[in-house]
Design a protein around this ligand. Structure first.
Ligand code: MN
Ligand code: MN
Length: 466
């Protein structure tokens, strides 16, 4: 199967639309560097398109009808959008799903310390990272500090031109003979990924003689108190995420690519969202799910394994049909889903990791993975042949470019997504998404043509009614 390079066709012919979508996508990447930030900007965009908070709408008691649009968040970290179709919800929905958490480095609960003239924040990384990639680059701090008085302060520092940034230091190469001989997984140990945040001691002051030993830490703490009204104990109830500082950038002389943090899986999340917000009421109820915690197993109240989505569907079925568990189960089992996550794009510099016939190529459109998993498809949702045949027709009819791929060579490794969790409801679901280079690195590479084609493909899926 030979797939045309999008730049030789659609991407070239629709350059203005492509650029408009990619500029919007880059802005979303800049404003959404944590799951909370992604939820906040997604709600804002959804509200502008007439979406209302579901539970408030139900409480208000207005009848729910075709064309109505709702959103539900789970603890401000996961989001579900629904647009009610003309058919009953129990006849099934078309669901787009993606995750909005990305690999990063989290600040520990007792993080602040001083060591030999420097102040640091101690950390614990989140998700699968090559730890050595996160040293010696500018880093920003994003997150929240929740206080005992019930207030929450938003933290976002390191992004503005005149903001300070932070860094995790690495050993100078001149003294690294021993370090360079280590395995890559041990070159930088997890416990050494501490964030450098200060070097200037508090001015000498009679009242502070006791603390003089830790004058640098004390100085930083004073600044934090001034900026965020916090005391050291407030770190206990903070969620602070360390992410690469700076904006998404065009990549290449030809500006054909995007280099940015967090494209796994926000490239699928934002393109799904764009498609959802741009879709008029259809026959089937449509849904866009943006979830947290995929990178650590989809666990917890905000991960896909949580019941928050099922609960929202139950509310909608009760409000539009009747309060019936059977109808809720029908709604879920008759649904069809694209579970979108990034694919590994073929990288000629690491050709050995790929089997070319079954590799995803950049600028060749949406990627479908019949299965994911590792070593014998372990842990995979293996999409059904019949469903794949239907999807091929939907995509071909809408002239969407797509490719079928695997994540690298057999026995080289693998990965998983949220597909298998939704498959538990008995619905048809397949892994799909966009191929990127450098997945899980601080800066990941995508093709603008694929961003454009993903939005088109997702729209075709949402409007599908067989
Ligand atoms: Mn992912
Ligand atoms: Mn990932």
């Amino acid at each position: 199967m030979k797939k045309e390079n999008l730049w030789l066709g659609k991407a070239k012919e629709n350059k203005d639309e492509l650029n408009e979508i990619c500029e919007r996508y880059k802005k979303c990447l800049d404003e959404g560097k944590t799951e909370r930030e992604c939820v906040a900007i997604s709600i804002k965009m959804a509200q502008e398109k007439g979406y209302q908070e579901l539970y408030q709408a139900i409480e208000a008691g207005n009848p729910i009808k075709a064309g109505d649009k709702f959103y539900v968040t789970q603890m401000n970290k996961s989001l579900a959008l629904f647009q009610i179709g003309t058919q009953p919800i129990s006849s099934g929905m078309n669901i787009l799903g993606a995750h909005i958490d990305s690999p990063r480095i989290d600040v520990k609960q007792n993080p602040l310390y001083e060591n030999d003239g420097f102040a640091y924040l101690d950390t614990h990384y989140y998700g699968g990272i090559k730890k050595y990639q996160w040293t010696a680059i500018p880093l920003a701090l994003h997150g929240v500090i929740s206080k005992k008085d019930g207030t929450t302060v938003v933290v976002n520092i390191g992004e503005k031109e005149d903001d300070p940034v932070f860094v995790i230091t690495d050993l100078l190469v001149h003294l690294a003979k021993e370090q360079m001989a280590k395995k890559a997984s041990e070159v930088v140990e997890g416990e050494s990924l501490d964030l450098l945040i200060g070097n200037c001691p508090l001015e000498k002051n009679e009242d502070l003689e006791k603390e003089e030993k830790e004058a640098i830490k004390a100085n930083v703490m004073n600044i934090l108190t001034e900026m965020y009204g916090m005391e050291e104990e407030d770190f206990l109830s903070a969620e602070l995420e360390i992410v690469p500082a700076g904006k998404a950038r065009d990549l290449g002389f030809d500006r054909s690519m995007i280099l940015s943090y967090g494209q796994d899986d926000r490239i699928c999340a934002f393109t799904s969202l764009f498609a959802m917000l741009d879709t008029q009421a259809t026959e089937r109820t449509t849904c866009c799910l943006l979830v947290d915690k995929e990178e650590i197993g989809s666990v917890g109240a905000t991960g896909m394994q949580s019941k928050f989505f099922e609960n929202a569907v139950a509310e909608l079925v009760a409000a539009t049909e009747k309060d019936s568990q059977v109808l809720v189960r029908r709604a879920l089992s008759r649904s069809k889903m694209l579970s979108s996550d990034v694919s590994a794009a073929y990288d000629p510099l690491y050709a050995n990791a790929f089997e070319k016939k079954n590799a995803a190529f950049m600028a060749k459109g949406l990627t479908f993975n019949k299965f994911t998993g590792s070593r014998g498809k372990s842990g995979s949702n293996d999409a059904n042949a019949e469903y794949i045949a239907q999807l091929r027709k939907v995509m071909d009819d809408a002239e969407i470019s797509y490719q079928f791929s695997e994540l690298g060579k057999v026995d080289f490794g693998g990965g998983g997504t949220i597909a298998y969790i939704m498959a538990n409801y008995g619905m048809e679901v397949i892994d799909s998404g966009v191929a990127v280079l450098n997945m899980h690195a601080p800066y990941e590479v995508s093709s603008k043509a694929d961003v454009y084609e993903a939005v088109r493909g997702y729209k075709a899926f949402l409007g599908w009614n067989e």
